[in-house]
Design a protein around this ligand. Structure first.
Ligand code: GLC
Length: 427
């Protein structure tokens, strides 16, 4: 039954644009055998702590060492390399650090191994939304490692100087705060706001958040695309107008996470939408950040009230073509343990998946972003959970980018996007 099901999915996944032909190799039912050296394929480690974590494993497992295979920083480029590797049925990646949005595609194509739930203790102790990201058709294909929720970073020093005593809850409040802050001599040359608007996965995130935060949706509860609506238009138009009026600086059309983080750290932005990893880096006192101790974190603003984040994060999966899968699952359990996740939060401010860590009094005192982060993750909207995710996100990126760069009117872009998504997402 599993075979018939996955063959049907395979057929759907084939010919889906950039995916090319799908591989039919690999085993879907987890036979996790074999011990020895493994590799970890991961996007560029912007947190700076991954190798430390791997060293801890390697010190305790000299015959089963893990070697880091570092992939590009941009999520789409990482996916591309992992897809190519799977299509070649290569065993060079053992454990894959997968963006939460790729699970359906990789599982349906049998590129990753199904993991029996009794091999990974404590799923019940993780934030439920993170566990969902690791499943495909109710079966577990990965283990949640880090979550992610969008946060609004803001210069509380400048807001206070301008007499603004609260973080904005709406887009209008944010812009009103900027008008006051940007009038200060200390804010000379600064811009109001940025997120990530380069044409890549981060744009899908920022577009989705704008749409969701204006009361719209990309895919409805019935699983059908529903993006040609007044609410979605209001979300997209907010971004388009913010570019036009200079609320968002022009350069932001080239920003991914890191470029936007640097702009904020260099003191060029009053407000920044970014993930929690920025908290630790922007607070560094080694001279790399001009804003250490000068910013705070709040939930994302929305059109008429609190905004809605896209659910981000990463899960660890085992390549179907890997050797030494018994070592791979032990390594994953090691990395996913509460102890390792706590050590990682302390160093990197990445979002843990263990619910208990958000309620840890010591951590909350040290890291005041944990409370808004938990709220952000709990209210977050998942991006479409579809086998053709690569094509779906490419269509979203195109529509958003064309609108932001003034090539297409938002109305037209959304109606074209609706048509495209309808052809890609068939129930
Ligand atoms: C972060 C998120 C991930 C998202 C990516 C977009 O890495 O964790 O889910 O797709 O940013 O750039």
């Amino acid at each position: 039954m599993a075979v018939a099901g996955s063959l049907a999915l395979l057929a759907t996944a084939c010919g889906s644009g950039d995916d090319g032909n799908s591989s039919s190799g690999g085993s879907s039912a987890g036979s996790l055998d074999g011990r020895g050296p493994i590799t970890l394929a991961s996007g560029k480690d912007t947190s700076g702590n991954l190798q430390n974590q791997l060293n801890a494993w390697n010190a305790a497992h000299p015959n089963e060492k893990v070697e880091l295979k570092e992939l590009p920083e941009d999520a789409d480029a990482q996916r591309q390399q992992m897809v190519q590797n799977a299509q070649a049925q290569s065993d060079s990646y053992s454990v894959l650090v997968m963006d939460v949005v790729w699970t359906s595609e990789f599982a349906a194509n049998q590129w990753i191994t199904q993991i029996p739930e009794d091999k990974v203790p404590d799923l019940g102790k993780l934030l439920p939304a993170t566990v969902e990201t690791a499943k495909y058709r109710d079966k577990l294909y990965a283990v949640p490692m880090t979550s992610d929720g969008g946060l609004l970073y803001y210069r509380n020093d400048l807001l206070a100087q301008a007499g603004v005593n609260q973080a904005p809850k709406t887009w209008d409040e944010m812009k009103a705060a900027c008008t006051k802050v940007l009038a200060l001599p200390a804010a000379k040359g600064m811009s109001c706001y940025s997120g990530q608007f380069e044409k890549y996965e981060g744009l899908t995130v920022n577009f989705s958040e704008a749409v969701n935060s204006a009361g719209g949706e990309i895919v409805g509860k019935d699983g059908k695309p529903n993006v040609n609506t007044p609410e979605a238009k209001a979300g997209l138009e907010e971004l388009v107008n913010d570019f036009k009026t200079g609320v968002i600086p022009k350069a932001a059309i080239t920003y991914k996470e890191e470029e936007s983080r640097r702009a904020f750290q260099d003191g060029k932005l009053v407000f920044l939408r970014n993930w929690p990893y920025v908290y630790a880096l922007a607070n560094k006192t080694d001279g790399s950040s001009k804003v250490a101790g000068k910013f705070a974190v709040a939930p994302l603003p929305g059109k008429t009230g609190a905004g809605v984040s896209s659910l981000g994060g990463h899960d660890y999966a085992i390549s179907s073509f890997a050797k030494n899968k018994a070592t791979a699952i032990d390594f994953i359990n090691f990395m996913a343990s509460e102890e390792r996740q706590k050590a990682n939060v302390e160093k990197t401010s990445q979002a843990p998946t263990w619910a208990s860590l958000y309620d840890d009094a010591g951590l909350n005192k040290q890291f005041p972003y944990l409370a808004p982060l938990k709220a952000s993750i709990q209210n977050a909207q998942p991006r479409p959970r579809v086998v053709k995710y690569g094509d779906v996100t490419a269509a979203i990126q195109q529509a958003a980018y064309d609108s932001l760069s003034g090539k297409t009117q938002p109305d037209q872009a959304l109606s074209d996007l609706q048509t495209k998504l309808q052809s890609l997402i068939t129930q």
